[in-house]
Design a protein around this ligand. Structure first.
Ligand SMILES: Cc1cc2nc3c(=O)[nH]c(=O)nc-3n(C[C@H](O)[C@H](O)[C@H](O)COP(=O)(O)OP(=O)(O)OC[C@H]3O[C@@H](n4cnc5c(N)ncnc54)[C@H](O)[C@@H]3O)c2cc1C
Length: 512
């Protein structure tokens, strides 16, 4: 093995290069850097973008608190590495019920979960999913859309299933694979509780990264296996370094789209496995309001037949919490637009369709939906009402236009004449009335991510295990390599730690 952090022909040499500074890569580097066989300087994390965290990102300026534009919740409290980590960090945690309301778009009705349990179509969706998981004999693999069609469900039931399950899984029903859905349900060991933290998830990232050797803006373009047995990694801008071991902790889209090339190429089976695992688009529409216009206690609404299939309301702590005093970046009050935040969550085909619209049109559709859900009915406004700025033609925008990550103010979105109209219509248009601005985040357009998260996919049996298998001294981590079809934060941590132990095991074997 070569000496670490040394230079050879002016090339730095490390024992391990971890590619990707999301939670998976950082967890891998944390295990290795604190092990008995590596020192901090032996392990380098190469992150393509200019910040750590990957899909964990928050923005300031919308609310009195950084708003998460990626993950927001801890899914489950049992057997969970992320839960253990935030407990160790002393984070205050709040439990949430999900979903606690349903909105039936075509009927214009808002139902509590108790009322929903008496709604035949909603109950049928839950029963069909439960029966699929509990069935003794697994059906042949197919998409959930096909499975439900075979069960003869109505278009209304299909549309509930799309909003309740498809959107949550991060894809459309025609991409959701029944075998991996069953596998996920059987291997889900974390429980059903949703947790939200008193501080941004970037605090967890910073905590894991606190003692690591990190290079930002280091986008790996090529991994070359050299004759001496080690690897040369080349960045997009031509820098190089060497390492004895490589851990790839990048999103599965990076392999699917061959954004990193390998010499010699990775085995065909590895690429087939990567391509078998679906990762659809996910879009978040974050909106800031000056007032709460929804019933007290309402947290989350799953909406069928609507532009936004799910919305949730976030109330941020009024007093600064521990995170502020810890001096975490982005936690200072930046002068919020509103105290009340509503997040619209769109996945799969809905997100891809929305990405073709202008930002104005996306806000228009979202606010009109919220007005209908929570305002007194007023038949005088229709979708696309002329009080809004005339949206530019959809085809004038390509997908990139919706990911500017820019904060839009009300005036950017509204025609001046609309302001007078809305001032007079707080009851019928409660959301538009107190809307102050927002942000649209289209994850397919995040250059180094290119999608939301991996979802149960058709004909993907065994693909995650195959993706996770080492190729020589190249090891694989990241949520899509979790065998439990689990695209969550704990999967990122667990796969990173697993890859670190594989490197460690290989090192120990070679030194015996
Ligand atoms: C909108 C959204 C909402 C979500 N909600 C939740 C939630 O509520 N709860 C939950 O548990 N999970 C949620 N998730 C999933 C969760 O975010 C992921 O499971 C987790 O963050 C994945 O971590 P990772 O390290 O595997 O990948 P990533 O976080 O994607 O990290 C990969 C890193 O690799 C870097 N990279 C890519 N290419 C290169 C290259 N060539 N060279 C160097 N670096 C490179 C990327 O920049 C990135 O930093 C959500 C995801 C999204 C997008």
């Amino acid at each position: 093995m070569e000496r670490s952090s040394s230079t050879m022909d002016e090339e730095e040499c490390f024992k391990v290069a971890v590619v990707g500074g999301g939670l998976a890569g950082l967890s891998a580097a944390e295990v290795l850097s604190s092990s008995t066989i590596f020192r901090k300087e032996d392990v380098v994390v190469l992150e393509a973008s200019s910040s750590l965290g990957g899909r964990i990102q928050s923005v300031s300026g919308l609310a009195p608190w950084p708003v998460e534009i990626g993950p927001e919740f801890l899914h489950g409290t049992q057997n969970s590495s992320i839960k253990k980590l935030v407990d160790e960090m002393g984070c205050v945690q709040r439990e949430l019920n999900f979903p606690d309301y349903y909105y039936i778009g075509h009927e214009g009705r808002l139902l509590t979960s108790e009322q929903a349990s008496e709604h035949a179509d909603i109950e049928m969706v839950h029963d069909l999913f439960k029966a699929l998981i509990d069935e003794d004999s697994t059906p042949e693999d197919m998409s959930m859309a096909e499975y439900l069609r075979k069960k003869g469900v109505s278009s209304t039931v299909m549309s509930f299933a799309e909003a309740i399950y498809g959107n949550d899984f991060g894809c459309s029903l025609d991409k959701l694979g029944v075998h991996e859905c069953i596998q996920e349900a059987h291997q889900w060991i974390y429980g059903d509780t949703y947790i939200i933290l008193d501080r941004p998830l970037s605090s967890v990232v910073n905590h894991v990264a606190r003692n690591l050797n990190i290079r930002l803006d280091w986008a790996v373009k090529q991994v070359e296996h050299l004759e001496g047995g080690n690897f040369r990694l080349r960045s997009q801008d031509g820098r190089t370094l060497r390492a004895d071991f490589v851990i790839l902790a990048v999103p599965v889209t990076t392999l699917q789209q061959s954004l990193i090339t390998f010499h010699p190429p990775l085995p065909e089976g590895k690429l087939r496995a990567a391509k078998a695992i679906g990762m659809s688009n996910v879009m978040k529409v974050v909106m800031a309001f000056t007032h709460q216009f929804w019933p007290k206690g309402l947290f989350d609404v799953v909406c069928s037949d609507c532009f936004l299939p799910e919305v949730w309301m976030t109330e941020y702590p009024e007093a600064p919490s521990a995170a502020d005093s810890n001096g975490d970046e982005g936690c200072k009050n930046p002068g919020p637009l509103g105290q009340y935040i509503v997040v619209g969550f769109i996945a799969g085909d809905g997100a891809s369709r929305a990405a073709q619209l202008s930002e104005e049109e996306i806000f228009l559709q979202s606010l009109t939906q919220l007005d209908r859900m929570f305002g007194k009915s007023d038949h005088s406004f229709a979708l696309g009402s002329s009080v809004w700025r005339q949206p530019a033609k959809a085809e004038a925008f390509n997908a990139t236009s919706t990911v500017s990550g820019r904060v839009f103010l009300k005036d950017d979105v509204l025609d001046p004449s609309a302001l007078t109209y809305l001032a007079e219509s707080p009851e019928t248009r409660p959301a538009s009335h107190c809307f102050r601005g927002g942000m649209i985040v289209n994850w397919a357009d995040r250059h180094f991510i290119r999608g939301g998260y991996s979802h149960p996919s058709v004909n993907a049996r065994g693909a995650r295990l195959e993706l996770a298998k080492p190729v020589g001294n190249i090891f694989f981590a990241g949520e899509a390599t979790h065998p439990g079809v689990n695209p969550c934060l704990q999967a990122a941590i667990d796969t990173g730690r697993r890859a670190a132990h594989e490197v460690w095991g290989t090192c120990r074997r070679s030194s015996l």
